[in-house]
Design a protein around this ligand. Structure first.
Ligand code: FDA
Length: 404
Protein backbone atom coordinates (compact mmCIF):
# COMPACT_ATOMS: atom_id res chain seq x y z
CA UNK A 1 0.00 0.00 0.00
CA UNK A 2 1.17 3.51 -0.79
CA UNK A 3 0.77 6.58 1.48
CA UNK A 4 2.10 10.11 1.39
CA UNK A 5 3.23 9.79 5.00
CA UNK A 6 3.46 7.07 7.63
CA UNK A 7 3.44 8.28 11.25
CA UNK A 8 4.78 5.77 13.79
CA UNK A 9 3.40 6.32 17.32
CA UNK A 10 -0.21 7.28 18.08
CA UNK A 11 0.60 9.38 21.16
CA UNK A 12 0.23 13.14 21.56
CA UNK A 13 2.60 14.21 18.78
CA UNK A 14 1.76 11.41 16.32
CA UNK A 15 -2.01 11.88 16.52
CA UNK A 16 -1.77 15.65 16.17
CA UNK A 17 0.64 15.47 13.22
CA UNK A 18 -1.41 12.78 11.42
CA UNK A 19 -4.64 14.77 11.78
CA UNK A 20 -3.15 18.02 10.49
CA UNK A 21 -1.34 16.35 7.59
CA UNK A 22 -4.52 14.46 6.66
CA UNK A 23 -6.54 17.68 6.70
CA UNK A 24 -3.93 19.26 4.41
CA UNK A 25 -4.76 16.59 1.83
CA UNK A 26 -2.10 13.94 2.46
CA UNK A 27 -2.87 10.22 2.55
CA UNK A 28 -1.63 9.35 6.03
CA UNK A 29 -1.17 6.02 7.84
CA UNK A 30 -0.83 6.23 11.64
CA UNK A 31 0.31 3.08 13.41
CA UNK A 32 1.16 2.10 16.96
CA UNK A 33 2.20 -1.18 18.57
CA UNK A 34 0.01 -0.60 21.66
CA UNK A 35 -3.62 -1.71 21.98
CA UNK A 36 -4.90 1.74 22.94
CA UNK A 37 -4.13 5.21 21.57
CA UNK A 38 -2.40 7.84 23.68
CA UNK A 39 -2.16 6.05 27.00
CA UNK A 40 0.06 8.83 28.35
CA UNK A 41 -2.54 11.47 27.64
CA UNK A 42 -5.09 9.29 29.44
CA UNK A 43 -3.01 9.15 32.67
CA UNK A 44 -1.63 12.67 32.42
CA UNK A 45 -2.38 15.47 34.83
CA UNK A 46 -3.98 13.05 37.30
CA UNK A 47 -6.56 12.07 34.63
CA UNK A 48 -7.33 15.69 33.65
CA UNK A 49 -4.41 16.30 31.22
CA UNK A 50 -2.42 19.45 31.78
CA UNK A 51 -2.57 19.98 28.00
CA UNK A 52 -0.52 23.19 27.76
CA UNK A 53 0.94 26.07 29.71
CA UNK A 54 -0.17 29.61 28.82
CA UNK A 55 3.38 30.90 29.33
CA UNK A 56 5.32 28.18 27.49
CA UNK A 57 8.44 29.52 25.80
CA UNK A 58 11.95 28.33 24.92
CA UNK A 59 13.24 29.07 28.46
CA UNK A 60 11.06 26.25 29.79
CA UNK A 61 12.88 23.54 27.81
CA UNK A 62 16.17 21.67 28.19
CA UNK A 63 18.22 20.54 25.21
CA UNK A 64 21.84 20.22 24.17
CA UNK A 65 20.84 22.77 21.51
CA UNK A 66 18.61 25.21 23.43
CA UNK A 67 17.61 27.37 20.43
CA UNK A 68 16.24 24.47 18.39
CA UNK A 69 12.75 24.57 19.92
CA UNK A 70 12.23 28.31 19.24
CA UNK A 71 10.89 28.10 15.71
CA UNK A 72 8.25 25.41 16.32
CA UNK A 73 7.13 26.96 19.62
CA UNK A 74 6.76 30.38 17.99
CA UNK A 75 4.74 29.05 15.05
CA UNK A 76 2.31 26.94 17.11
CA UNK A 77 1.66 28.61 20.46
CA UNK A 78 -0.35 27.69 23.57
CA UNK A 79 -3.05 30.11 22.27
CA UNK A 80 -3.33 28.01 19.09
CA UNK A 81 -3.94 24.82 21.06
CA UNK A 82 -6.34 26.61 23.43
CA UNK A 83 -8.33 27.77 20.37
CA UNK A 84 -8.57 24.16 19.19
CA UNK A 85 -9.69 22.98 22.63
CA UNK A 86 -12.38 25.69 22.60
CA UNK A 87 -13.49 24.69 19.07
CA UNK A 88 -14.06 21.17 20.37
CA UNK A 89 -16.16 22.53 23.25
CA UNK A 90 -13.83 21.23 25.99
CA UNK A 91 -14.06 23.06 29.31
CA UNK A 92 -10.76 23.82 31.03
CA UNK A 93 -9.31 25.76 33.93
CA UNK A 94 -5.97 27.19 35.05
CA UNK A 95 -4.52 25.59 38.15
CA UNK A 96 -1.10 26.99 38.97
CA UNK A 97 1.30 29.20 37.04
CA UNK A 98 -0.35 28.98 33.63
CA UNK A 99 -1.06 25.23 33.78
CA UNK A 100 -4.28 24.40 31.89
CA UNK A 101 -6.29 21.26 32.71
CA UNK A 102 -9.52 19.76 31.33
CA UNK A 103 -12.49 20.34 33.65
CA UNK A 104 -13.66 16.74 33.16
CA UNK A 105 -11.22 14.21 31.76
CA UNK A 106 -8.08 13.72 29.68
CA UNK A 107 -10.23 11.46 27.47
CA UNK A 108 -11.57 14.71 25.97
CA UNK A 109 -8.14 15.58 24.55
CA UNK A 110 -7.82 12.06 23.10
CA UNK A 111 -11.28 12.45 21.53
CA UNK A 112 -10.22 15.83 20.08
CA UNK A 113 -7.14 14.27 18.48
CA UNK A 114 -9.08 11.28 17.12
CA UNK A 115 -11.76 13.59 15.67
CA UNK A 116 -9.03 15.66 13.98
CA UNK A 117 -7.60 12.43 12.49
CA UNK A 118 -11.05 11.34 11.29
CA UNK A 119 -11.53 14.79 9.68
CA UNK A 120 -8.25 14.23 7.84
CA UNK A 121 -9.21 10.71 6.67
CA UNK A 122 -6.21 9.21 8.50
CA UNK A 123 -5.88 5.39 8.25
CA UNK A 124 -5.15 3.94 11.69
CA UNK A 125 -3.56 0.53 12.32
CA UNK A 126 -3.39 -0.45 15.95
CA UNK A 127 -1.98 -2.60 17.42
CA UNK A 128 0.56 -2.94 14.64
CA UNK A 129 4.28 -3.56 15.12
CA UNK A 130 6.86 -2.26 12.66
CA UNK A 131 9.39 -4.96 11.84
CA UNK A 132 11.71 -3.12 9.45
CA UNK A 133 12.17 0.27 7.82
CA UNK A 134 14.22 0.83 4.64
CA UNK A 135 14.98 3.83 2.47
CA UNK A 136 13.39 3.01 -0.92
CA UNK A 137 15.57 3.06 -4.04
CA UNK A 138 13.74 5.91 -5.78
CA UNK A 139 13.23 7.98 -2.57
CA UNK A 140 10.77 7.55 0.29
CA UNK A 141 10.51 4.56 2.60
CA UNK A 142 9.40 0.92 2.71
CA UNK A 143 8.09 -0.54 5.95
CA UNK A 144 7.43 -4.16 6.90
CA UNK A 145 4.63 -4.20 9.48
CA UNK A 146 2.51 -6.82 11.21
CA UNK A 147 -0.26 -5.90 8.73
CA UNK A 148 1.87 -6.06 5.59
CA UNK A 149 4.27 -3.85 3.65
CA UNK A 150 3.69 -0.17 3.04
CA UNK A 151 5.47 2.56 1.08
CA UNK A 152 5.47 6.28 1.81
CA UNK A 153 7.24 9.41 0.63
CA UNK A 154 7.68 10.60 4.23
CA UNK A 155 8.16 8.87 7.55
CA UNK A 156 7.38 10.57 10.86
CA UNK A 157 8.79 9.04 14.04
CA UNK A 158 6.65 9.96 17.07
CA UNK A 159 7.42 7.03 19.34
CA UNK A 160 8.13 9.08 22.49
CA UNK A 161 10.70 8.33 25.18
CA UNK A 162 11.45 5.49 27.58
CA UNK A 163 9.25 6.54 30.49
CA UNK A 164 6.59 4.12 31.76
CA UNK A 165 7.52 1.01 29.73
CA UNK A 166 4.42 -0.86 30.89
CA UNK A 167 2.17 1.35 28.74
CA UNK A 168 4.09 0.97 25.49
CA UNK A 169 7.27 3.07 25.74
CA UNK A 170 10.13 1.66 23.65
CA UNK A 171 13.52 2.66 22.28
CA UNK A 172 12.24 2.23 18.72
CA UNK A 173 12.71 5.90 17.78
CA UNK A 174 16.31 5.99 18.96
CA UNK A 175 17.14 2.75 17.13
CA UNK A 176 15.58 4.04 13.93
CA UNK A 177 17.47 7.33 14.28
CA UNK A 178 20.76 5.43 14.67
CA UNK A 179 19.90 3.26 11.65
CA UNK A 180 19.88 6.45 9.56
CA UNK A 181 23.13 7.73 11.08
CA UNK A 182 21.71 10.11 13.72
CA UNK A 183 23.43 10.79 17.03
CA UNK A 184 21.46 10.37 20.25
CA UNK A 185 22.03 12.75 23.16
CA UNK A 186 22.34 10.38 26.12
CA UNK A 187 18.90 9.68 27.58
CA UNK A 188 18.01 9.87 31.27
CA UNK A 189 14.83 9.84 33.36
CA UNK A 190 13.50 13.36 34.00
CA UNK A 191 10.64 14.85 36.03
CA UNK A 192 11.32 11.97 38.41
CA UNK A 193 11.61 11.52 42.21
CA UNK A 194 15.17 11.43 43.61
CA UNK A 195 16.46 8.70 45.93
CA UNK A 196 19.17 8.56 48.61
CA UNK A 197 21.36 5.89 50.21
CA UNK A 198 19.27 4.05 52.80
CA UNK A 199 21.74 4.90 55.62
CA UNK A 200 21.81 8.63 54.74
CA UNK A 201 18.04 8.73 54.43
CA UNK A 202 17.20 6.81 57.65
CA UNK A 203 16.59 9.97 59.80
CA UNK A 204 14.11 11.31 57.21
CA UNK A 205 12.06 8.13 56.65
CA UNK A 206 9.56 9.05 59.40
CA UNK A 207 8.91 12.32 57.52
CA UNK A 208 7.31 10.49 54.55
CA UNK A 209 4.21 12.47 53.57
CA UNK A 210 5.47 15.85 54.87
CA UNK A 211 5.23 18.60 52.22
CA UNK A 212 6.37 22.23 52.19
CA UNK A 213 7.39 24.97 49.79
CA UNK A 214 11.16 25.18 49.25
CA UNK A 215 13.74 26.82 47.04
CA UNK A 216 15.76 24.15 45.24
CA UNK A 217 18.83 24.40 43.01
CA UNK A 218 21.51 22.29 41.34
CA UNK A 219 24.22 22.57 38.70
CA UNK A 220 26.15 25.61 37.57
CA UNK A 221 26.40 27.92 34.56
CA UNK A 222 24.16 27.01 31.63
CA UNK A 223 23.30 23.68 33.26
CA UNK A 224 21.98 25.30 36.45
CA UNK A 225 18.37 24.92 37.53
CA UNK A 226 16.46 26.58 40.37
CA UNK A 227 12.80 26.49 41.34
CA UNK A 228 10.51 27.52 44.19
CA UNK A 229 7.85 24.85 44.47
CA UNK A 230 6.46 22.23 46.86
CA UNK A 231 8.67 19.37 48.03
CA UNK A 232 7.40 16.04 49.37
CA UNK A 233 9.33 13.64 51.65
CA UNK A 234 8.94 9.96 50.65
CA UNK A 235 10.19 6.71 52.20
CA UNK A 236 13.07 6.53 49.71
CA UNK A 237 13.84 10.20 49.13
CA UNK A 238 12.25 13.35 47.77
CA UNK A 239 9.43 14.06 45.34
CA UNK A 240 6.83 16.78 44.69
CA UNK A 241 6.93 19.45 41.97
CA UNK A 242 10.16 21.07 43.26
CA UNK A 243 12.07 17.81 43.04
CA UNK A 244 10.53 16.67 39.74
CA UNK A 245 11.56 20.02 38.21
CA UNK A 246 15.11 19.92 39.55
CA UNK A 247 15.55 16.24 38.61
CA UNK A 248 15.74 17.24 34.93
CA UNK A 249 18.83 19.35 35.72
CA UNK A 250 20.40 16.97 38.25
CA UNK A 251 23.42 14.84 37.22
CA UNK A 252 24.79 11.90 39.29
CA UNK A 253 27.41 13.08 41.76
CA UNK A 254 26.01 16.62 41.96
CA UNK A 255 24.55 17.96 45.21
CA UNK A 256 21.21 19.72 45.63
CA UNK A 257 20.85 22.94 47.61
CA UNK A 258 17.52 23.34 49.36
CA UNK A 259 16.21 26.42 51.15
CA UNK A 260 13.55 25.20 53.60
CA UNK A 261 12.32 28.73 54.25
CA UNK A 262 12.31 30.45 50.85
CA UNK A 263 11.52 34.14 50.78
CA UNK A 264 12.07 34.62 54.51
CA UNK A 265 15.11 35.64 56.54
CA UNK A 266 14.91 32.93 59.20
CA UNK A 267 17.94 34.26 61.06
CA UNK A 268 16.16 37.60 61.56
CA UNK A 269 12.90 35.87 62.45
CA UNK A 270 14.60 33.76 65.13
CA UNK A 271 16.55 36.75 66.53
CA UNK A 272 13.30 38.66 66.80
CA UNK A 273 11.58 35.70 68.49
CA UNK A 274 14.41 35.52 71.03
CA UNK A 275 13.64 39.11 72.05
CA UNK A 276 9.86 38.93 72.10
CA UNK A 277 8.67 35.32 72.47
CA UNK A 278 8.69 32.95 75.47
CA UNK A 279 7.95 29.95 73.21
CA UNK A 280 10.21 26.90 73.28
CA UNK A 281 12.52 26.61 70.25
CA UNK A 282 10.60 23.59 68.87
CA UNK A 283 7.30 25.46 69.01
CA UNK A 284 8.82 28.59 67.52
CA UNK A 285 10.33 26.67 64.57
CA UNK A 286 7.03 24.87 64.02
CA UNK A 287 5.53 28.30 63.22
CA UNK A 288 7.68 28.29 60.08
CA UNK A 289 8.09 24.58 59.18
CA UNK A 290 5.82 21.50 59.39
CA UNK A 291 5.87 20.21 62.99
CA UNK A 292 7.45 16.80 62.19
CA UNK A 293 10.19 18.35 60.09
CA UNK A 294 10.92 20.93 62.75
CA UNK A 295 11.36 18.24 65.45
CA UNK A 296 13.59 16.07 63.24
CA UNK A 297 15.67 19.05 62.18
CA UNK A 298 16.38 20.22 65.74
CA UNK A 299 17.35 16.72 66.79
CA UNK A 300 19.75 16.39 63.78
CA UNK A 301 21.26 19.79 64.62
CA UNK A 302 21.52 18.73 68.30
CA UNK A 303 19.61 21.80 69.40
CA UNK A 304 17.35 21.82 72.50
CA UNK A 305 13.75 21.85 71.22
CA UNK A 306 12.36 22.50 74.69
CA UNK A 307 14.54 25.47 75.65
CA UNK A 308 12.67 28.84 75.75
CA UNK A 309 13.72 31.23 73.02
CA UNK A 310 15.29 33.91 75.29
CA UNK A 311 17.74 31.30 76.67
CA UNK A 312 19.17 30.32 73.25
CA UNK A 313 22.60 31.50 72.15
CA UNK A 314 22.69 33.83 69.13
CA UNK A 315 25.25 31.64 67.42
CA UNK A 316 23.02 28.55 67.74
CA UNK A 317 20.12 30.43 66.19
CA UNK A 318 22.39 31.64 63.36
CA UNK A 319 23.59 28.06 62.78
CA UNK A 320 20.00 26.78 62.75
CA UNK A 321 18.87 29.42 60.26
CA UNK A 322 21.83 28.72 58.02
CA UNK A 323 21.27 24.96 58.09
CA UNK A 324 17.65 25.49 57.01
CA UNK A 325 18.51 27.95 54.24
CA UNK A 326 21.39 25.89 52.87
CA UNK A 327 20.50 22.22 53.19
CA UNK A 328 22.99 20.47 50.93
CA UNK A 329 22.37 16.85 50.06
CA UNK A 330 23.61 14.29 47.58
CA UNK A 331 21.02 12.08 45.85
CA UNK A 332 22.18 8.55 45.02
CA UNK A 333 19.87 8.22 42.00
CA UNK A 334 16.35 8.55 40.64
CA UNK A 335 13.26 6.34 40.70
CA UNK A 336 14.05 5.60 37.02
CA UNK A 337 11.94 5.34 33.88
CA UNK A 338 9.26 3.42 35.80
CA UNK A 339 8.30 6.67 37.57
CA UNK A 340 9.74 9.38 35.27
CA UNK A 341 7.19 11.59 33.50
CA UNK A 342 9.57 12.14 30.61
CA UNK A 343 12.90 11.15 29.07
CA UNK A 344 15.55 13.85 28.74
CA UNK A 345 18.00 13.59 25.83
CA UNK A 346 17.05 11.87 22.57
CA UNK A 347 17.54 12.45 18.85
CA UNK A 348 20.23 15.13 18.51
CA UNK A 349 18.57 18.29 17.18
CA UNK A 350 21.79 19.48 15.50
CA UNK A 351 20.95 17.00 12.73
CA UNK A 352 17.30 18.09 12.36
CA UNK A 353 15.79 21.10 10.61
CA UNK A 354 14.04 23.23 13.24
CA UNK A 355 11.26 24.40 10.87
CA UNK A 356 10.25 20.98 9.55
CA UNK A 357 11.68 18.49 12.10
CA UNK A 358 13.21 16.76 9.06
CA UNK A 359 16.45 14.80 9.22
CA UNK A 360 19.43 16.48 7.60
CA UNK A 361 20.75 12.99 6.88
CA UNK A 362 17.75 11.30 5.30
CA UNK A 363 15.27 13.35 3.24
CA UNK A 364 11.65 12.64 4.17
CA UNK A 365 12.47 11.34 7.66
CA UNK A 366 11.03 13.43 10.54
CA UNK A 367 11.24 13.17 14.35
CA UNK A 368 8.66 14.88 16.60
CA UNK A 369 7.64 14.98 20.27
CA UNK A 370 9.52 13.46 23.15
CA UNK A 371 11.84 11.27 21.05
CA UNK A 372 13.67 14.51 20.16
CA UNK A 373 16.22 16.04 22.57
CA UNK A 374 13.81 18.73 23.81
CA UNK A 375 12.48 18.27 27.36
CA UNK A 376 9.99 20.58 29.02
CA UNK A 377 9.47 21.54 32.62
CA UNK A 378 6.63 20.10 34.65
CA UNK A 379 3.35 21.93 33.95
CA UNK A 380 1.99 21.32 30.44
CA UNK A 381 5.20 22.21 28.60
CA UNK A 382 5.84 18.70 27.25
CA UNK A 383 2.45 18.49 25.58
CA UNK A 384 3.00 21.96 24.11
CA UNK A 385 6.24 20.66 22.58
CA UNK A 386 4.38 17.62 21.21
CA UNK A 387 1.74 19.88 19.58
CA UNK A 388 4.25 22.46 18.28
CA UNK A 389 6.74 19.96 16.82
CA UNK A 390 3.85 18.00 15.26
CA UNK A 391 2.40 21.16 13.69
CA UNK A 392 5.81 22.13 12.28
CA UNK A 393 6.21 18.69 10.75
CA UNK A 394 2.66 18.54 9.34
CA UNK A 395 3.15 21.98 7.77
CA UNK A 396 6.36 20.82 6.08
CA UNK A 397 4.68 17.62 4.81
CA UNK A 398 1.86 19.70 3.33
CA UNK A 399 4.31 22.08 1.60
CA UNK A 400 6.31 19.16 0.20
CA UNK A 401 3.12 17.57 -1.16
CA UNK A 402 2.04 20.86 -2.82
CA UNK A 403 5.38 21.31 -4.55
CA UNK A 404 5.35 17.74 -5.99
P1 FDA B 1 3.90 9.50 23.62
O1 FDA B 1 4.60 8.74 24.68
O2 FDA B 1 2.67 10.26 23.96
O3 FDA B 1 3.50 8.53 22.42
C1 FDA B 1 4.40 7.61 21.87
C2 FDA B 1 3.60 6.52 21.18
O4 FDA B 1 4.51 5.71 20.45
C3 FDA B 1 2.89 5.62 22.18
O5 FDA B 1 1.53 5.52 21.82
C4 FDA B 1 3.62 4.28 22.03
O6 FDA B 1 2.77 3.16 22.20
C5 FDA B 1 4.14 4.36 20.61
N1 FDA B 1 5.29 3.51 20.37
C6 FDA B 1 6.40 3.36 21.13
N2 FDA B 1 7.21 2.45 20.59
C7 FDA B 1 6.60 2.02 19.43
C8 FDA B 1 6.96 1.06 18.45
N3 FDA B 1 8.07 0.34 18.56
N4 FDA B 1 6.10 0.85 17.43
C9 FDA B 1 4.93 1.54 17.33
N5 FDA B 1 4.55 2.45 18.25
C10 FDA B 1 5.39 2.69 19.29
N6 FDA B 1 3.06 16.31 29.93
C11 FDA B 1 2.36 17.46 30.00
O7 FDA B 1 2.65 18.40 29.26
N7 FDA B 1 1.31 17.56 30.89
C12 FDA B 1 0.94 16.56 31.73
O8 FDA B 1 -0.04 16.66 32.48
C13 FDA B 1 1.72 15.36 31.69
N8 FDA B 1 1.46 14.34 32.56
C14 FDA B 1 2.17 13.17 32.49
C15 FDA B 1 1.88 12.13 33.40
C16 FDA B 1 2.58 10.93 33.30
C17 FDA B 1 2.33 9.85 34.30
C18 FDA B 1 3.56 10.76 32.28
C19 FDA B 1 4.30 9.46 32.13
C20 FDA B 1 3.84 11.79 31.40
C21 FDA B 1 3.17 13.01 31.49
N9 FDA B 1 3.46 14.08 30.63
C22 FDA B 1 2.75 15.25 30.74
C23 FDA B 1 4.46 13.95 29.56
C24 FDA B 1 3.72 13.68 28.21
O9 FDA B 1 2.84 12.60 28.40
C25 FDA B 1 4.72 13.34 27.10
O10 FDA B 1 5.73 14.33 27.03
C26 FDA B 1 4.00 13.25 25.75
O11 FDA B 1 3.03 12.23 25.81
C27 FDA B 1 4.99 12.96 24.63
O12 FDA B 1 4.27 12.80 23.45
P2 FDA B 1 4.82 11.85 22.28
O13 FDA B 1 3.73 11.76 21.30
O14 FDA B 1 6.16 12.29 21.87
O15 FDA B 1 5.01 10.45 23.00
Amino acid sequence: MQFDAVVIGAGAAGLFCAGRAGQAGLRVLLLDHAEKVAEKIRISGGGRCNFTNRDAGPANFLSANPHFCRSALARFTPADFIALVRRHGIGFHEKHRGQLFCDDSSEQIIRLLLDECAAGGVTQWQPCAVQAVRAAAGGGFELDTARGSVRAASLVVATGGLSIPKIGASDFGYRLARQFGHRIVETRPALVPLTFDAADWAPFVPLAGVALEVGIATGSGRAAGHFTEDLLFTHRGLSGPAVLQISSYWRPGEPLQIDLGPGQDLAAVLREAKLHSRRQLGNELAQHLPQRLSATWLSLQQLPAERPMPELRDRDLERLAQSLAQWRLLPSGTEGYRKAEVTAGGVDTRELDSRSMESRRQPGLHFIGEVVDVTGWLGGYNFQWAWASAAACAGALASAKKSQ
